[in-house]
Design a protein around this ligand. Sequence first.
Ligand code: BTN
Length: 282
Amino acid sequence: MTLGSNNANSRRLSPQAIREGLKTRWLGQRAIYCFDVVESTNTEASSLARQGAAEGTIVFAEAQSTGRGRLGRSWISPRGTGLYLSVILRPQSPREWGPRLTLTAGVAVASAIHEEAGIRPGLKWPNDIMITNRKVGGILTEASFEGKRIGLAIVGVGINVNTDREDFPMPIRNLATSLRLSMGKAISRVALLQGSLHQLEQWYELFCKGSFGTILQAWRQYETILGSLVEVQLPESTLLGVAEDLDSDGTLLVRDERGRLHRIIAGDVVRCRIRATEGLQA
Ligand code: BTN
């Protein structure tokens, strides 16, 4: 993989192209920054936000040299093939709502992929967007707090749109996919970006109103792990159990083999390949 990898669909996106046909009322209507290469759009967005950039500002890049994922992972961001964007939000909502934002953005992006690309992705708690068990996108939310409120949230979205198999480094080649690889045809990045912003605006407004129950309902329509045996990597240990449901605040509920229910606030979840009943009878 190189940052300069060439692709037939790599026409550079501009603020004008993104705005043309953008159906949002405010998201992306104030400022859109399009970069060629940045280290991370989340870093750029965070620095623009500290300089006073308004809610709804969009930062997009054709490539990222050190794109970030959750849990310190990197996000492979070859030039012109994917969507790498960050959105500046200033929700002023209670700080404990932070994790809900990632789930909200996941619903928005999954809905946009479904609508614009015509393929139904799955959501894997908390932030993975999947197609047939491979990762096609992810959300990275970075929040800062003002007292008990979320003063600023940078919601970073990465989607492998027209990425080629060779663009993924060997260690993740069998774990990642792109929309083009899954569908056998190229997908318009600009249409998918506009669709994602439109969806995000609507779902974010529900988030701000406190209608998280509606968001969770939509999340469950796309989810891929509930009812499955999962292994959860926690900071100090590993938990094996059945992913039962999401709690009303978006935490994952996992029941272990002794019947104890664990509330998972953060962790890496891997679905085990055996069925839940087999795994827990051992
Ligand atoms: C994950 O799956 O762990 C989250 C991936 C998020 C990647 C996006 S790409 C745009 C934004 N900038 C980053 O550095 N990361 C996010």
